[in-house]
Write a new protein. Structure first.
Lengths: 106, 864
């Protein structure tokens, strides 16, 4: 189970975390995914992906300061680890290589 | 410390199932998202999204693991389900009986849940809902019992301003409906005249226009988005005009269409300031005119109820002092208690009485319990079969708690399977239920929301736990030592006879329902065949709309199948009545008399019998009246012919009696006979044309009538109904009672018979050897049947003894007491229901005995 395989949704989640940079936590990632992919994502589904990614060591997380808008509850910020970045790059290269090999693409 | 608007049950649920280390993060995220959604899409949508999000959190990553370690718990659950499925498939008959019974009752339970949730969600969307109140009127006419009305005069609303202490006062008048011209077309609409603060008090957001000023000027109107789309095919219609009765209203705002769960419904709202400019509405400005006007108030925060009530008493005593003949005392009811309501008259629109909601909940609970009893009963009876399993498990080291969990799990599993079947049944009976009576058809939609889905699921779990509780408790109490010594020495459920009580209750309910069905059916038949004293067969009543009755009559009379045609102000004997005080000229005492305005041919069309005097001279002879015999006796006018020529003050004028008709029932069987007066012609506006039809081809005749109609009126559709159908409509409450009891009766009887079948199968199975030996020794079939049904017969007799008086009392209270004419309830009306059930039950038991008696004794005795 805990191999280094990267699912499509997980890949997009990692990319989103990278884009959001410092501001990547549950709500922002969810909204980013929704606007970018133009489809409804539940927080529950996102949580599964985040947990898996963390288990594989692709992302790390840390609590932020408590904020009033959330009734004093802390946000958990996510960051992509070096290992995660490597895997992302590998995935990208693999795809690019494959794209290049398609003969009939004008 | 969740935000107070976050739905609390889902929130609690989430806290319960979420892993602790994830909870803070996820709860915070959900709440942040909720607040954002509330900002963008409104509270309702935000709450819905929140509920859905919580449901979607139910996944392995997020769910808490049980404390006994992840693997252990899951494995145990797996084992439970394996065992449960094995037990289920091993006893197919019993599983089927349980599932079928539970599913039937579950369908009723689901219905009750969906219904009650919808009823209690009415008017919950108003942001200031907790501070909105309605002023009600208790009106007492001299010599009459007082009545509670939801309405209050416009004077009340006006005078409240003098007292202060109210943040906002919104008067309303519901006399705004019918045809309206918009965009050069005619549309039917429902509307209200409302005070300018309407949008300040109620939450009906405006898409276009200014909420604060939209309804402050006369002749301004706000229409709903739906109605705007219907009339102008666009939403932004501010500045357009609407014309009703030559009065032009300018649209100043477009409101979101009121949700279905609002007791205030409208297509158009017009400013109440308009009324002041129209002389026709002057009559509303009286303390006594409180029939179709309403007063809603918005209270300030932390207001003093005692002070408000003192002000109301002050107001009413000042106003009552100015009038005689009646008194009105004012009251306040909160928005929350309007719907479902306590049965006040003159509601804004149909309000579900709270006792109807409660009745449905209680009936559903009865059926649900009945089905739970089946499960409990059968499991208890068969518990010894599983004693060995319990013994072994205990010896191997299972704790009592774990075993309990296992048995409850089985019950819940059965209940969940039943939920699936029950849901299908629910979908089948839903349309029937929505047609049940006029309250339901006008206020209920039974649309499913995630919240209701959760409740359904909760119901299934609760039913499972409830049904499985007692057997689980008893089965887990078995001691391994006594089990291993030998099962035959053990006894289960000794003493009180829990099983007997449960079976008895089940049958008492079944019999009760059966008796009620029979009684309601008889009463309904009685009402339908009641001799009204005039002819109603072959009479077709046609709605006039705004047409001239004489022109329409002439058009219909040209058709050969129409034997006679007349018109009347309403249809008698269908529940509508109209009355006024009648007084002999020169006398002071007045008597309340009912009346109907008719044209001279009416008496002939309906076959009324004139016992003295003559018919009206013409439709325009409005100074003439025709009275019934009761009128003559109540006024002590002597013989019916003496009464002719008597001068009576009635309906604002002096009139002369020209004829006397035989007594007839102008009301329903709920009313007794009172003095009655026929008024001539158009004294009251005619609303119906009555046609006596003689036709062998009704379809063709209707076509001809429709054609004749369209020569007079092209705008409205031809709407006609047979008199007998209209009478049936008047008794729709009886027929809906009949349907309710009928459906519940079928469910309750099926459940108890299923349970009985299960018990009979079990008893016969466990006594098969005994029965076979008896047979070999020469026992007859009847003696064996008696042996097996002896215990049940005792239960049936006790059940009948409980059910008969209970259902008799219930029928008397709810139906007979509201009727002036009702059926005689004799021995057979009551006992036949019980006998029927006992008969079915005995047949069920005998069928099992028969099976045992038929088998070759050798087959049963071969092994041992």
């Amino acid at each position: 189970m805990k191999g280094t395989h990267l699912g499509e949704f997980q890949e997009i989640v990692m990319l989103s975390i990278l884009i959001l940079d410092e501001k990547a936590y549950g709500v922002t990632i969810q909204e980013d995914l929704e606007t970018r992919m133009n489809r409804k994502t539940s927080r529950g589904a996102l949580q599964t992906a985040l947990t898996r990614l963390e288990e594989k060591g692709f992302i790390t997380s840390a609590y932020g300061e408590p904020t009033a808008e959330r009734g004093g509850r802390r946000k958990r910020y996510y960051q992509v680890s070096n290992k995660g970045l490597e895997t992302l790059k590998e995935a990208k290269e693999l795809r690019q290589d494959m794209w290049k090999l398609i003969p009939k693409l004008a | 410390m969740k935000h107070h608007e976050v739905p609390s049950f889902p929130h609690r649920l989430f806290r319960w199932f979420c892993k602790e280390r994830m909870f803070e993060e996820l709860e915070g995220d959900l709440e942040e998202k909720f607040l954002k959604n509330k900002e963008n899409f409104g509270l309702r949508k935000a709450r819905r999204t929140y509920n859905a999000e919580v449901l979607k959190m139910i996944r392995p990553t997020i769910l808490k693991r049980s404390s006994s370690g992840p693997v252990y718990g899951v494995a145990l659950l797996g084992n439970y389900s394996t065992v449960a499925f094995r037990t289920l498939s091993k006893n197919k008959l019993f599983s089927a009986i349980n599932i079928l019974g539970l599913a039937m009752s579950m369908a009723i339970g689901l219905l009750a849940i969906a219904f009650a949730t919808e009823m209690y969600s009415y008017d919950t969307f108003h942001e200031k809902g907790d501070r909105i109140y309605r002023v009600t009127s208790l009106r007492k006419n001299i010599n009459e019992a007082p009545n509670q009305y939801a309405s209050a005069s416009l004077v009340t609303a006006q005078r409240l301003h003098d007292f202060g202490g109210f943040e906002k006062i919104v008067p309303m008048f519901k006399g705004f409906y019918g045809d309206i011209r918009a965009n050069d077309k005619i549309f039917q609409f429902q509307g209200l005249f409302v005070g300018s603060d309407f949008f300040d008090v109620f939450t009906f957001p405006l898409g276009y226009g200014n909420a604060a000023s939209a309804l402050s000027e006369p002749f301004s109107a706000v229409i709903t988005e739906d109605f705007a789309l219907k009339t102008f095919s666009k939403k932004d219609v501010v500045g357009e005009t609407l014309v009703k009765n030559d009065i032009t209203y300018t649209i100043t705002g477009v409101a979101r269409t009121p949700p279905k769960t609002s007791h205030i419904q409208f297509d158009i709202l017009a400013s109440i300031a308009t009324l002041k400019s129209i002389p026709e509405y002057e009559y509303l400005d009286k303390w006594g005119t409180m029939w179709s006007t309403f007063t809603y108030v918005l209270m300030p925060e932390n207001f003093d109820m005692d002070l408000v009530m003192k002000n109301l008493i002050q107001l009413e005593s000042e106003e009552n002092a100015k009038v005689d003949l009646f008194e009105i005392s004012l009251g306040l009811e909160s928005l929350g208690s309007i719907f479902p309501g306590d049965g006040k008259y003159n509601q804004l629109r149909t309000v579900m009485p709270v006792e109807n909601v409660n009745r449905i909940i209680i009936l559903a609970l009865i059926v649900l319990f009945s089905a739970c009893f089946n499960y409990t009963n059968l499991s208890l009876a068969r518990s010894l079969k599983r004693a060995r399993e319990v013994g072994i498990r205990k010896v191997v080291g299972a704790s009592r708690f774990q075993l309990f969990g296992q048995f409850i799990f089985e019950a819940v599993l059965i209940s969940l399977i039943s939920l699936a079947v029950g849901y299908a049944l629910f979908l089948v009976i839903k349309p029937e239920f929505l047609e049940l009576d006029r309250y339901i058809s006008r206020t209920t939609s039974l649309s499913l929301t995630p919240q209701i889905g959760l409740l359904f699921f909760g119901l299934a779990i609760a039913v499972g736990v409830l049904a499985g509780f007692l057997p689980s408790l008893i089965m887990t109490r078995f001691k391994p030592s006594s089990i291993l010594k030998g099962i035959h020495k053990m006894r289960v459920g000794k003493g009180v006879g829990v099983r007997e009580i449960m079976t008895g209750l089940q049958f008492a309910f079944s019999m009760g329902f059966a008796i009620l069905v029979i009684l309601s059916y008889k009463q309904y038949n009685f009402a339908m065949n009641f001799d009204l004293g005039f002819e109603t067969s072959n009479i077709l009543n046609v709605e006039l709309h705004e047409n001239d009755p004489d022109i329409l009559k002439a058009a219909f009379e040209g058709i050969p199948e129409v034997q006679s045609a007349s018109y009347s102000s309403f249809i008698a004997s269908t529940g509508t009545t109209n009355s006024d005080d009648a007084r002999l000229l020169g006398a002071t005492d007045s008597i309340n008399a009912y009346n109907l305005s008719i044209d001279p041919t009416y008496l002939e069309t309906m076959g009324h019998e004139l016992v003295a005097g003559s018919n009206f001279t013409s439709a325009s002879s409005e100074e003439q009246i025709i009275v019934n015999e009761k009128f003559v006796t109540d006024f002590q006018l002597g013989s019916t012919s003496d009464a002719i020529g008597t001068r009576v003050h009635f309906y604002k004028k002096n009139r002369t009696i020209v004829g006397v008709v035989k007594n007839f029932h102008y009301g329903t069987i709920r009313n007794e006979l009172d003095p009655f007066v026929f008024l001539a012609g158009k004294t009251n506006k005619p609303y119906f044309v009555n046609l006596k039809i003689q036709s062998s081809d009704m379809v063709r005749t209707m076509e001809k009538l429709d054609e004749a109609w369209s020569t007079v009126d092209q705008e409205h559709e031809f709407k006609a109904a047979f008199y007998t159908e209209q009478i049936a409509m008047a008794y729709s409450q009886l027929s809906s009672t009949l349907k309710t009891f009928g459906l519940l009766g079928i469910v309750a009887i099926s459940i108890s018979i299923l349970g009985l079948l299960g018990m009979a199968v079990y008893t016969t199975e466990s006594r098969i050897k005994e029965l076979t030996i008896r047979k070999v020794l020469g026992a007859t079939f009847s003696s064996m049947a008696l042996l097996l049904s002896k215990n049940f017969i005792k239960i049936f007799i006790v059940a009948s003894a409980v059910a008969i008086p209970m259902s008799y009392y219930l029928f008397k209270q709810t139906i007979v007491n509201t009727m002036e004419y009702a059926i005689e309830i004799g021995f057979w009306e009551l006992a036949s229901g019980s006998f029927l059930i006992i008969l079915i039950a005995l047949v069920t038991i005998s069928s099992q005995t028969f099976k045992a008696a038929k088998t070759n004794p050798a087959t049963n005795l071969r092994n041992e």
